[in-house]
Design a protein around this ligand. Structure first.
Ligand SMILES: C[S@@+](CC[C@H](N)C(=O)[O-])C[C@H]1O[C@@H](n2cnc3c(N)ncnc32)[C@H](O)[C@@H]1O
Length: 285
């Protein structure tokens, strides 16, 4: 029984498990990528009567009338990019050769080429350093700013060429993956969506409802960890206040004292899960 939100339904794998684990529950299946919803509809066809699909960013799904009226018994966010997105050259997420850069999960906002053309050197440096863990972030940002005066960076090869010059050698696969990931996070404003979505979704959960988040990047995981920690504290007053002036009670409890990582067996079966970190939190009664 109950109403659950899969805020990142992707190919529908998790939603199917939810629907199969309880024959009575209903799932609201959200994704910002319309192509993902096409696939999820196909995968979840057998459960059609108990799923409703919503094309939206998960932080905006809280505006849904059913969610507002009934409240949620559980929320799942499996962040980041899907295999379908990364494997389809025409979506422009990959560093494979000759791919036109795009990286948008939905049709909203500027694509990766526009981002690389318009972001300031400062912003590019922040993105490569904080989302790409790149020690030579500033050099790469400068190289991009220099190149884009002559012509825009339109393909995966253009971005890899800028990396090759700024790093002084041809980048490893790992390095390419990190830099492309950092651009994707920026293009889709993924950290903003997460930071807005966590408290908004918490507030539409019923007492006892559980929020589970799987993150693939340290910046995402830090945001989840610090939100869950803050919500689990009774007092959030600054230390210098003589008496508690805040809410004075915890909003719930963190269920994962330590972050959960995939087992070796899981990584063998699904190598893309290797960086996954799962945390869960339960709303107080
Ligand atoms: C890792 S995949 C999810 C895979 C899914 N759990 C499954 O079982 O197939 C991430 C999905 O989340 C979507 N997504 C990422 N950020 C989102 C956001 N802020 N709002 C809605 N969907 C988002 C992506 O479009 C992608 O389809």
């Amino acid at each position: 029984d109950g109403l659950y939100l899969d805020g990142t339904v992707g190919g529908g794998g998790h939603a199917r498990m939810m629907l199969e684990s309880s024959k009575k529950c209903r799932v609201i299946a959200v994704d910002r990528d319309p192509e993902a919803l096409v696939e999820a509809r196909r995968v979840l066809a057998d459960h059609r009567s108990r799923v409703r699909f919503v094309s939206a960013r998960f932080d905006r799904a809280v505006l849904d009338p059913e969610i507002r009226d009934r409240g949620l018994d559980g929320v799942l966010l499996d962040l980041g990019v899907s295999s379908h997105q990364i494997d389809s050259d025409d979506r422009g997420f990959t560093f494979r050769r000759g791919v036109k850069l795009d990286m948008r999960m939905d049709a909203e906002g500027p694509d990766a080429t526009t981002f690389l053309a318009e972001a300031s050197e400062e912003e590019l440096t922040h993105v490569f350093r904080d989302f790409g863990d790149e020690p030579r972030a500033r050099r790469l940002a400068r190289e991009i700013v220099k190149r884009r005066v002559k012509e825009p960076l339109e393909s995966s090869d253009d971005l890899v060429a800028a990396m090759t010059v700024s790093l002084g050698h041809s980048p490893s696969i790992k390095k390419k993956a990190r830099i492309f990931q950092s651009v994707r996070i920026a293009v889709n404003e993924e950290i903003d969506a997460l930071e807005a979505g966590l408290p908004a979704l918490r507030d539409v959960m019923k007492a006892g409802g559980v929020m589970t988040v799987i993150a693939y990047h340290s910046v995402e995981d830090r945001a989840v960890k610090s939100a869950f920690r803050e919500w689990s504290r009774a007092c959030v007053c600054p230390a210098e206040l003589p008496a508690c002036m805040c809410r004075g009670h915890a909003l719930g409890e963190t269920l994962t004292r330590k972050v959960l990582r995939p087992t070796d067996e899981e990584v063998k079966r699904n190598p893309r899960a290797r960086s996954a970190r799962l945390r869960a939190w339960r709303r107080a009664a």
